[in-house]
Design a protein around this ligand. Structure first.
Ligand SMILES: [Zn+2]
Length: 71
């Protein structure tokens, strides 16, 4: 299966990042590769954005991480 994480999956991944845990693929359970993405300046509310990619099923998605952890 390839494609993007769903909105619900991205929400869970963001929660995992906010909690300080390593996010894992919702499909495979393997640890996701994490790459930092510089958000556009126009999106000032986004403190940090990471691109998560599963090395197994190749699904991926961008997750916004807010400083402070709380959504
Ligand atoms: Zn996977």
């Amino acid at each position: 299966m390839t494609g993007s994480f769903t909105a619900e999956e991205r929400r869970r991944l963001a929660a995992a990042l906010a909690a300080g845990t390593e996010p894992t693929c919702p499909s495979c359970g393997v640890q996701l590769d994490r790459r930092a993405v510089r958000p556009p300046a126009s999106v000032s509310y986004v403190r940090s954005r990471v691109w998560l990619l599963c090395p197994d099923c190749r699904r991926s998605g961008a997750v916004d991480v807010r400083e402070g952890g709380r959504p």
